[in-house]
Design a protein around this ligand. Structure first.
Ligand code: SF4
Length: 207
């Protein structure tokens, strides 16, 4: 999250993922709080290892701007594309965009074989950013892919209905950043247990 010189708040698209998990996490992370227990450090190291393995697998994949990827024409793909939408004030990095003959696929890689609503919203927000900056002439699909197996786990067309729902969520997160509304904590203990803010959170859900 950051503010521009015109006083607009910009949201990192990964924060859309956090919002669906628990808005209270945003409150802590935007304050710069970053508690680390031994278990979390171990998790961070494992995450770094997975990132390294993923980077190794992807090292020969082309890195390019969205403009370059679009120039590839009807067939082709681009990886690790930075995107920002001046219309919706969101920014992030799309893992891959595939341009097929009749559709465009916006793909987000996730490390586990499960797809949660938070991952779906993040993928939808990437599609929102892409479609607002590069109005597509063909249908756009959001997809979540298993980073380890390359298997597509979830896919959805970015319809007008999906678009208006994700705009509502983006606007909610921007209101949270502007302190216009309260952060709502999750009520689900299974989300609080692994949460990195669990030891300092005053709204932690218990069984
Ligand atoms: S402990 Fe629970 S309520 Fe608190 S920030 Fe973490 S997930 Fe949210």
């Amino acid at each position: 999250m950051h503010w521009d010189s015109d006083g607009n708040v910009w949201i990192k698209i990964s924060d859309i993922h956090t919002q669906a998990y628990c808005e209270y996490q945003l409150k802590f992370s935007w304050q710069g709080i970053n508690p680390k227990s031994e278990a979390m450090l171990a998790g961070t190291i494992r995450h770094a290892e997975l990132q390294t393995e993923h980077a190794e697998r992807m090292k020969d994949a082309p890195k390019m701007s969205v403009e370059e990827a679009l120039r590839l024409g009807v067939r082709g793909s681009g990886r690790e594309l930075r995107i920002k939408s001046g219309e919706h004030f969101i920014y992030g990095k799309i893992d891959e965009i595939q341009f097929a003959e009749n559709a465009i696929f916006i793909i987000d890689d996730k490390p586990s074989g499960k797809v949660y609503p938070s991952s779906m919203n993040q993928a939808r927000a990437y599609a929102l950013a892409f479609a607002s900056e590069y109005p597509p002439a063909k249908p756009v699909f959001s997809a979540v892919r298993d980073r380890n197996t390359g298997e597509a786990l979830w896919m959805e067309e970015f319809t007008d209905e999906v678009k208006s729902n994700i705009i509502e969520i983006v606007e909610r997160v921007r209101k949270l950043a502007r302190k216009e509304i309260d952060f709502i904590p999750t009520t689900k203990p299974f989300k609080c247990r692994p949460c990195r803010f669990n030891s300092i959170c005053d709204r932690r859900a218990t069984e």
